[in-house]
Design a protein around this ligand. Structure first.
Ligand code: COA
Length: 329
């Protein structure tokens, strides 16, 4: 990697209190705990309150990350929020967060790369830091997917959930540790596989779009599953190669939390034992961009990541988008 080395100096996360179990879902749609557990690995998920929006979740996660870093929001030079469930179409959730945090009038913008949003956000922040433009950047992934889920659609409502994770990035003062390699990709040819059809310029809101439930997420899960395993495996191989590494160099793997079977398949293909892999989807479901951000914070809190460990991160999601990264802690 060219330029100055970028480090994640702290992380924070926020999971809403309200829980929906598989048993609760059995009362809402034609499903079963047995189907959800065996097909996805998910047991419970957390859901935001009616009045809670993405910037609220982002705020709680950011405050924790800033506290752990021992810095005030006024020291930030930029805020990036990765989300597919912004408070509103515009203004950006990042601007709303900037105000809530009491940050200076620094650049703040949203980044939309679905489940890959956190890693895309880190890679953008890395560019500004490694080039010497900025010193300290807050990257937050915040999702309130419960607000765009059709609670009558068993294809999606058993999977998705809410949560937020934040990271404070800075240039590495001693040039040790930090981001080793980053690989990003996208394939718009798969755009129709997952998304919200209405509410944008293609299909503005109307009585018909509401009646047709077009403001809710639609997903072709089966096709996505096959692509996710292939693309995530390729993304992992590529980022290891870019960092002159092999899977043997990896101490810990944090994959996107879409489905335990996807995680197991990718982990098997790259020859990693499952005890080197962080999994929180049984408790948190799929929080899109927030999944890896929350998992990273939880893994650090649980002492699973030690100084000098090489951490592999990999995601896949709507767009289609994918991203992978190796960081030396
Ligand atoms: N409860 C009970 N049965 C269900 C169900 C549910 N919630 N959802 C689907 N089914 C049924 C289907 O109707 C189908 O029934 P049939 O065999 O009688 O036709 C059967 O279960 C299998 O459906 P299928 O869609 O093939 O299941 P799957 O094993 O692919 O699992 C997902 C579905 C969504 C869990 C899985 O495809 C997945 O995780 N996909 C990837 C999602 C992803 O990565 N998204 C990216 C953005 S985050």
């Amino acid at each position: 990697m060219k330029g100055r080395k970028t480090k994640i100096i702290s992380t924070g996360s926020y999971i809403p209190e309200m829980v929906i179990t598989n048993a609760d879902l059995e009362k809402m749609v034609d499903t079963s705990d047995e189907w959800i557990s065996t097909r996805t690995g998910i047991k419970r998920r957390h859901i935001a309150k009616k009045e809670e929006a993405a910037s609220d979740l982002a705020y709680h996660a950011s405050i924790k990350a800033l506290e752990k870093a021992g810095i005030s929001a006024r020291e930030l030079d930029m805020i990036i929020v990765a989300t597919i469930t912004p408070d509103m179409l515009f203004p950006a959730t990042a601007c709303i967060l900037q105000d809530k945090l009491g940050a200076r009038r620094i650049p703040a913008f949203d980044l939309e790369a679905a489940c890959s949003g956190f890693l895309y956000g880190i890679s953008v922040a890395n560019q500004f830091i490694s080039s010497g433009t900025y010193e300290t950047i807050l990257v937050v992934a915040s999702e309130t997917l419960s607000k765009i889920i059709d609670w009558k659609d068993r294809n999606t409502c058993v999977i998705f959930a809410d949560g937020a994770g934040a990271a404070v990035l800075r240039s590495s003062s001693d040039d040790t540790g930090g981001i080793i390699s980053i690989y990003l990709g996208a394939d718009g040819g798969g755009a129709e596989l997952v998304g919200v059809p209405a509410g944008g310029s293609r299909m503005p809101a109307s009585i018909e779009t509401i009646k047709g439930r077009q403001h809710y997420m639609k997903m072709k899960g089966n096709e996505l599953f096959k692509r996710a395993v292939k693309v995530m495996t390729e993304a992992v191989e590529k980022v290891l190669e870019m960092g002159n590494l092999t899977y043997k160099d990896i101490d810990f793997f944090i994959p996107h939390q879409a489905n335990i079977r996807i995680i197991q398949a990718v982990t098997k293909r790259i020859n990693l034992p499952m005890d080197k892999v962080y999994v929180n989807l049984h408790e948190c479901g799929n929080m899109s961009a927030a999944s890896i951000a929350v998992a990273l914070d939880q893994a650090l809190d649980e002492g699973k990541i030690k100084k000098k460990d090489k951490i592999l991160l990999a995601s896949f999601g709507g767009g289609l988008t994918w991203a992978s990264m190796v960081i030396e802690w």
